[in-house]
Ligand binder design. Structure first.
Ligand SMILES: [Zn+2]
Length: 375
C-alpha cells in the first residue's frame, strides 16, 4: 500500500517568504473509506502532533493494513506555527487581522445547492457522490483573499469528501473531550469511547463556523433544501477532538490517543483488523448549551478550588478570584451539577475571562448564540 507526501504551497503573504501545507496520504487516492486527520489548526495546541506521530509510526510499520485512504495533515496551520513573539507561540489567532484560525470556514451550502439544482435523483448513493463533487467545485470556486483564507480552502479541499474528518485540538488544563453535531450521535459514540472522552458536546451551529462544522453543516442544510430526494444527514463523521490540555504532550498520552484513533480507523474499515469491543463511554453526550463557561467577575489571581475531573454540585466553588491588593476573594461557583472539564492555564484573569468549564446535563438558559469561547 502506498504512502505519498504532498507539499501544497500557500499563497505568499509577503516578498521572500513561502509556506506550505504537507499532506501525508496512506492508501490510494480516491479509495474508500476515506479518513482525514489534522492537528494544530490552533497552532499552539500540540498534543495532536505527537498523537499523529505515534499513529503514523504504526501505519509505517504495517502499511499493508491500510484498506481505504487515510490523509494526515500533522501541522494544519504553518502560519500560526511560525507566529512567535518573544518566545511565545501565538497559535490561536492570526496576528494579521486577529481572526481565530478555527473560525470563518466557508459555508458551502449555497454554492453547492446551485450546482445540484435539478441534478439529484432517487438513488441516495448517487446523490451523495453528486453532492460531494458539488462541494468540491464550491471549494475550488473560492478566491481566497488572504493566506489564512487560502489555508482554510486547502484544508477543506483535502477533507470535504472524507467519510471521517477529525480536527485534533486541546484545551488548556483539561480532560479528553469531543465536540460534534447531533446528526452524528450516536454515530460518533464509538469514537468518543475509543478515545476515552470524558464528555461529548453536541451542536449543529456553535457560532463562527469552525472547521468540523464546515464539513457537516452543508449536509443537513442541503437535505432540508432538497427534501424530496434522498441525501444522507451526516456522511462525514466530523468532530473537534480536545486531546486533554496544552501540557499533555508526552509519549504515553500520545500513544493512548493514537491507539484510540487506530481502533476508530479499524471500525470504519480504513485499516484491517478487529478493533475489539467498544469500551464503555464515561458520560452520555449533552447539548453544547449544557457546557458552562465560568467567567471571572473581577480581575485577579485564580485560586483553583477543585481539580479537573471533580464532580461539583450547583453552587460549589470552582475557583476563587483573588484581588492581590485588597485581599478580597470572589468565589466563582458552578451553575449546575456537573463535571469540571477544564481550567485555564494562565492563573490570572482579566474581568470576564473564561476560567473554567463545567459540563452538566441540561442546556443552561443563557447559553445562546455563539456557544464557543470568544477568545
Ligand atoms: Zn483549539
Amino acid at each position: 500500500m502506498s504512502k505519498t507526501i504532498t507539499h501544497i504551497p500557500l499563497k505568499a503573504a509577503s516578498f521572500g517568504t513561502s509556506r506550505e501545507v504537507t499532506a501525508i496520504r496512506y492508501g490510494a487516492a480516491g479509495a474508500r473509506p476515506k479518513a482525514y486527520l489534522q492537528a494544530s489548526l490552533h497552532a499552539d495546541e500540540i498534543p495532536g502532533q505527537l498523537a499523529l506521530h505515534h499513529l503514523m509510526r504504526q501505519l509505517d510499520a504495517a502499511p499493508e493494513a491500510v484498506r481505504g485512504e487515510i490523509v494526515i495533515v500533522p501541522v494544519a496551520n504553518p502560519i500560526g506555527q511560525a507566529q512567535r513573539v518573544r518566545g511565545e507561540m501565538i497559535g490561536r489567532f492570526d496576528m494579521d487581522g486577529g481572526a481565530n484560525f478555527n473560525r470563518d470556514f466557508p459555508d458551502l451550502t449555497e454554492a453547492a445547492a446551485e450546482i445540484l439544482a435539478g441534478k439529484l435523483g432517487a438513488d441516495e448513493s448517487a446523490n451523495l457522490a453528486l453532492a460531494r463533487s458539488a462541494l468540491g467545485a464550491a471549494i475550488e470556486a473560492i478566491q481566497p483573499r488572504t493566506q489564512a483564507d487560502h489555508l482554510r480552502q486547502i484544508l477543506m479541499r483535502l477533507s470535504h469528501d472524507a467519510d471521517m474528518a477529525l480536527d485534533l485540538h486541546c484545551d488548556e488544563i483539561a480532560l479528553m473531550h469531543l465536540y460534534t453535531t447531533p446528526d452524528l450521535w450516536p454515530a460518533a459514540r464509538a469514537l468518543a469511547a475509543d478515545l476515552g472522552a470524558a464528555a461529548v458536546m453536541l451542536a449543529r451551529e456553535s457560532g463562527g463556523n469552525p472547521f468540523d462544522e464546515a464539513l457537516t453543516t452543508p449536509w443537513w442544510k442541503l437535505r432540508a433544501r432538497f427534501a424530496a430526494t434522498p441525501l444522507p444527514a451526516a456522511p462525514c463523521l466530523a468532530g473537534t477532538v480536545e486531546l486533554r490540555g496544552k501540557a499533555d504532550v508526552d509519549d504515553a498520552s500520545a500513544a493512548e490517543s493514537a491507539a484510540g484513533l487506530y481502533r476508530t480507523l479499524q471500525r470504519m474499515g480504513a485499516i484491517a483488523g478487529e478493533a475489539g469491543a467498544t469500551p464503555a463511554l464515561a458520560n452520555e453526550a449533552v447539548p453544547l448549551e449544557a457546557l458552562d463557561l465560568l467567567r471571572a467577575p473581577i480581575p485577579g489571581v485564580i485560586a483553583r478550588q477543585v481539580a479537573i475531573g471533580s464532580r461539583v454540585a450547583r453552587g460549589d466553588v470552582v475557583s476563587d478570584i483573588v484581588n492581590s491588593i485588597s485581599q478580597e476573594r470572589v468565589p466563582v461557583r458552578a451553575r449546575c451539577d456537573g463535571l469540571v472539564l477544564s481550567h485555564c492555564l494562565l492563573p490570572f484573569a482579566s474581568a470576564g475571562d473564561v476560567i473554567a468549564k463545567v459540563v452538566g446535563r441540561e442546556a443552561l438558559p443563557d447559553r445562546k448564540g455563539k456557544l464557543l469561547t470568544d477568545k
